[in-house]
Design a protein around this ligand. Structure first.
Ligand SMILES: Nc1ncnc2c1ncn2[C@@H]1O[C@H](COP(=O)(O)OP(=O)(O)O)[C@@H](O)[C@H]1O
Ligand SMILES: [Mg+2]
Length: 248
């Protein structure tokens, strides 16, 4: 009986995960199974991106809908340092006890989820946050049928125009003035382009009253201006953009 149940479970796993991924640890597998039953996911497809801190997988529901699933790697030294750096001095996270690396990473995922939610509710164009569980974050999939939309970086030169630049500037304005957050890692790599732009990757975003907020905001705007300038788009003076932003 026991053997039979194990066999059934194994078969279920094989169905649920289209691609067996050795970077997913057993505990994360359990979390993915829980999420699957909650959101009616019938398949996790192969990773569409492997970054320094996380991988992104498309997940397909029984209704043929797609989600983007961001899985943070657990327990790497560099990761631990990064989380400590970014959550230090952020009032919202002072109460969370960070006893081990795993916990730090859960905090990190939760932080991205909260930032995403705060931006989404302020009307910023970000993927809709769906849920976060331990080191796994689920959000709206940007693209069609599990094929992701291009990054700003990947667009052909002739599609990079004034309108896209204006969209990015207006989203920065919404993030700062309405969501009261500074992105902190904004660049052509963290903007997707579908019917309009989507700002992604907000794990390191900080409240506008954080001591590093102004410096990060300046870096974000500088990078955006440099990218659009290099494509021949006429950009605003940084001072002019800053004038419209409410930074304490
Ligand atoms: N909601 C989403 N829908 C579709 N693709 C996404 C989504 N979020 C991220 N991606 C893809 O995954 C990549 C990595 O995501 P990102 O959040 O930037 O993580 P990283 O920390 O690895 O940079 C992005 O460059 C994009 O190609
Ligand atoms: Mg990124």
């Amino acid at each position: 009986m026991e053997k039979k149940r194990k066999e059934e479970k194994r078969r279920k796993d094989e169905d649920l995960f289209k691609v067996v991924d050795s970077t997913i640890d057993p505990r994360t597998y359990l979390v993915l199974e829980k999420i699957a039953s909650k959101l009616k996911i019938d398949t996790y497809l192969g990773a569409i991106s492997s970054g320094k801190e996380a991988k992104i997988y498309p997940a397909k529901t029984i209704d043929g809908k797609f989600y983007a699933v961001k899985i943070y790697y657990v327990s790497t030294a560099s990761h631990k340092r990064a989380v400590e750096k970014y959550t230090l001095g952020d009032k919202r996270f002072e109460k969370i006890k960070v006893s081990n690396t795993r916990q730090l990473i859960f905090t990190w995922a939760k932080k991205e989820f909260k930032n995403l939610k705060r931006m989404y509710e302020a009307g910023v164009w970000v993927p809709e946050p769906i849920l976060v569980m331990e080191n796994v974050l689920v959000m709206q999939f940007i693209g069609d049928n599990g094929v992701r939309a291009p990054l700003l970086k990947e667009l052909p030169d002739d599609e990079i125009d004034q309108d896209l630049y204006d969209q990015v500037v207006s989203q920065i304005q919404l993030m700062v003035n309405k969501a009261k957050l500074v992105h902190g890692d904004l660049s052509e790599y963290n903007v997707m382009v579908y019917d309009h732009i989507y700002i992604i990757d907000v794990s390191q975003s900080l409240p506008v009253d954080h001591e590093n907020a102004r410096e990060l905001l300046l870096r974000d705007i500088t990078r955006v201006n440099e990218f659009f300038s290099s494509k021949g788009v006429k950009v605003l003076d940084i001072e002019e953009i800053l004038k419209k932003l409410e930074i304490p």
